[in-house]
Design a protein around this ligand. Sequence first.
Ligand code: SF4
Length: 401
Amino acid sequence: MESMRELFKIGFGPSSSHTMGPQRAAQKILEMYPDATHFHVDLHGSLALTGKGHLTDYIIEKTFAPKPVDFSFKSDELPLHPNGMIVHVYNHDQKIKDIEVYSIGGGSILFKGELAEKPVHVYQQNTMTDILKYVDEHGMSLYDYVLENEGEDFEYFLSSILSAMFESVENGLKKEGIIQGKLQLKRVAKSMFQQAQNTRREADRERLFISSYAYAVAEENADGGKIVTAPTCGASGIMPAILYYCYKQLHIEKKDLIKALAIGGLFGNVVKTNATISGADGGCQAEVGTACAMGAATMAWIYELNNSLIEYAAEMGLEHNLGLTCDPVGGYVQIPCIERNGYGSLRALDAAMLAKQLGYLRKNKVSFDTIVKVMKETGKDLSSAYKETSLGGLAKEFGLS
Ligand code: SF4
């Protein structure tokens, strides 16, 4: 399993696979071919179908600037992943290279052929079953397991990720107005937060606080603001909402939140390794479903549940998002994405609470690894109309192009 540094990335929205990934690919190509004078980019599959709304062409053009670039949008998919592109590199009249590259989710990229880079595996274990067996045999906590594999300086990395997450919540809570794009969607996080402050019923107040934090980040992301992929841009609101809620409402110290963040990340990493975190590959179950599992594990750690109950919480968080479709209206990461982050953060909280209560009554029969496998298979069975192409579901109903 790769480092969690490849999972949590600080960057700009609205989409890790459609903006962050293509931006990283363009940067690498620029480094490899400094003599290039101009480019032509063929965007394929989901990158072509929702690339405009997700700002794919905009970010590539910005990265290559001042070198000119033009685009072809081709709805057919390249063989390795639905988010593929071919970059034709030119030096004046001469074409010097055709580069096939994929944006495989969460801002990660994959070059095909001789440019392919081997992933660096820092963890020996790849499944949650093996991880839980290892920590059990060695009498260590899940957090110590993460540090053993990532190295001691990892705490510094986690601290910077936590700060960036909190910053994205606070930035989103300050802003009002309309989010960029054709939907003309109004920001509501700030008003939700004020409603929470004025709500007397404690149960409602707590849920409104959490939702407002998730909306704040998701609105920032939709508007091209700075966020942390957790595991993706589209699902970036859930982990910060849980952590900020723990900080502000439950008064948990940052040193403990850093540990909780690592536990959530561990579960996200297992999904990324064994299935997918890409909406174009697996639908929204891969993005918000994974984020919900991560949030549930994070909250379960805060509740000081044992490892088996943390696993139960995460499993529940993913299980009940199985089949969740990705159908962003107009290709914008706004409807259903923003609301889905609010909803997902509440579900994460519920999953941890249920694991806490039910886990002592009977043993959960479904392992986290099983549900990850099921999610992967379900993603394969989902029609491509529901995998970030904006050809089905809400996107089709709204008919916005
Ligand atoms: S519907 Fe889900 S997977 Fe699709 S763009 Fe929105 S958040 Fe991402």
